[in-house]
Design a binder for this molecule. Structure first.
Ligand SMILES: NC(=O)c1ccc[n+]([C@@H]2O[C@H](COP(=O)([O-])OP(=O)(O)OC[C@H]3O[C@@H](n4cnc5c(N)ncnc54)[C@H](O)[C@@H]3O)[C@@H](O)[C@H]2O)c1
Ligand SMILES: O=c1ccn([C@@H]2O[C@H](COP(=O)(O)OP(=O)(O)O[C@H]3O[C@H](CO)[C@H](O)[C@H](O)[C@H]3O)[C@@H](O)[C@H]2O)c(=O)[nH]1
Length: 315
């Protein structure tokens, strides 16, 4: 297929672009490099620097589908600057969808998030759980999901939203490289690398077994593979939502401990207050995508996820 990958110079988009090229697809990356890196675009993919709000001319060249990663995705920033998130994530995506419609591009796989659910009533979280986002980032992604349902019903768009839980690990040289890094595993590994003296851990008074937040970490290579399955499964007139996680929760303390074991570094950690907006436990039920698309994560241990991140960050 001839495919456009928006945000393909970023962490997850670059891994998906690499797997698409490996699978023989013709890949064009559209990225404004606001948080991505031109050298993250895989060999064999074409790179166009630009915004999703100006995708019309490019799409008019003729594409079979779009994999849409480009977004603002910092929860804390979204609380401080909600307008930026609504205009960038919702406004930007609506502009992209309208450009797709004009160009006759009828297939999209969208990066949604566990943040659409907010504080869950129970875990693991299925796709049928209530969606009550607790921050503008999650709300803007949920709004896009809602728009996709409408566009599928109205214009026959074939759409899949993948709701990622905590994405981690690396795929060869493709790894997380954010100038503003908010994610736990890369921040812990920066200490082992000698870039920081200690890692700050946010809260030890949560109602969990060891008092720290529990998350479901999914390997970026497994996550990327789900995009290829979703692309094939896209059905005109239908919008389908799938959760993506391993289905196992690890606490912040457990993550730090695994990072210590993998790196052999003592990794000093300093506990501070809770980070606003962090739910205590987020664990996915990914039964639906396993059942319907046959997705199976290959990396089910936190060790193998951290090991790949550690190998990539040192190369
Ligand atoms: N990393 C996670 O754990 C996680 C979890 C859930 C959902 N997501 C979603 O997955 C997607 C990718 O996340 P990531 O961690 O790879 O982020 P990232 O910041 O590494 O990648 C986003 C890419 O999009 C580009 N971009 C941003 N706005 C753009 C625009 N208007 N036009 C063109 N390009 C633009 C950036 O330059 C960057 O290369 C995002 O939509 C994010 O919300 C990520
Ligand atoms: O330096 C850090 C970074 C994180 N944490 C803690 O580690 C846990 C995981 O935090 P991350 O920032 O790595 O991940 P989140 O669970 O906050 O975020 C993930 O899930 C969200 C949905 O809730 C969004 O989708 C987001 O994009 C995705 O990365 C949280 O308890 C957080 O407080 C720390 O203690 N120290």
């Amino acid at each position: 297929m001839r495919l456009m990958v928006t945000g393909g110079a970023g962490y997850i988009g670059s891994v998906v672009a690499a797997q698409l090229v490996e699978a023989g697809h013709d890949v064009t990356v559209l990225d404004d490099l606001s948080t991505g890196h031109a050298d993250a675009v895989p060999d064999g993919a074409r790179f166009v620097k630009g915004s999703i709000t100006e995708a019309g001319d490019l799409l008019a060249e003729g594409f079979d589908g779009v994999l849409h990663f480009a977004a603002k995705s910092l929860v804390g920033e979204s609380v401080e600057r909600p307008g930026l998130y609504w205009s960038h994530n919702l406004g930007g995506t609506l502009a992209l969808l309208d450009a797709m419609r004009r160009a006759g591009v009828g297939r999209i796989v969208f990066s949604s998030t566990a943040a659409t659910y907010g504080e869950p009533e129970s875990t693991p979280i299925p796709e049928t759980a209530p969606t009550r986002p607790t921050n503008p980032y999650g709300a803007s992604k949920l709004a896009v999901d809602t728009a996709l349902t409408a566009y599928a019903g109205l214009y026959g768009l074939a759409a899949v939203s993948l709701r990622y839980f905590n994405v981690a690990g690396a795929y060869g040289r493709f790894r997380e490289r954010h100038d503003t890094e908010t994610h736990l595993i890369p921040n812990v590994l920066k200490v082992a690398l000698g870039e920081r003296e200690s890692v700050s851990l946010f809260g030890d008074d949560y109602p969990t077994a060891d008092g720290t937040c529990v998350r479901d970490y999914v390997h970026v290579a497994d996550l990327a593979r789900a995009h290829l399955l979703a692309l094939d499964a896209c059905t005109p007139g239908t919008h389908t939502v799938y959760n993506l996680g391993n289905g196992t929760g690890f606490s912040v303390r457990e993550v730090v401990e695994v990072c210590r074991e993998v790196t052999g570094h003592e990794i000093p950690a300093v506990f501070g207050p809770r980070r606003p907006g962090d739910p205590a436990v987020l664990v996915a039920s990914s039964e639906k995508i396993r059942r319907e698309l046959g997705w199976e994560p290959g990396h089910t241990t936190l060790h193998s996820i951290v090991r790949d991140a550690w190998t990539a960050i040192r190369s």
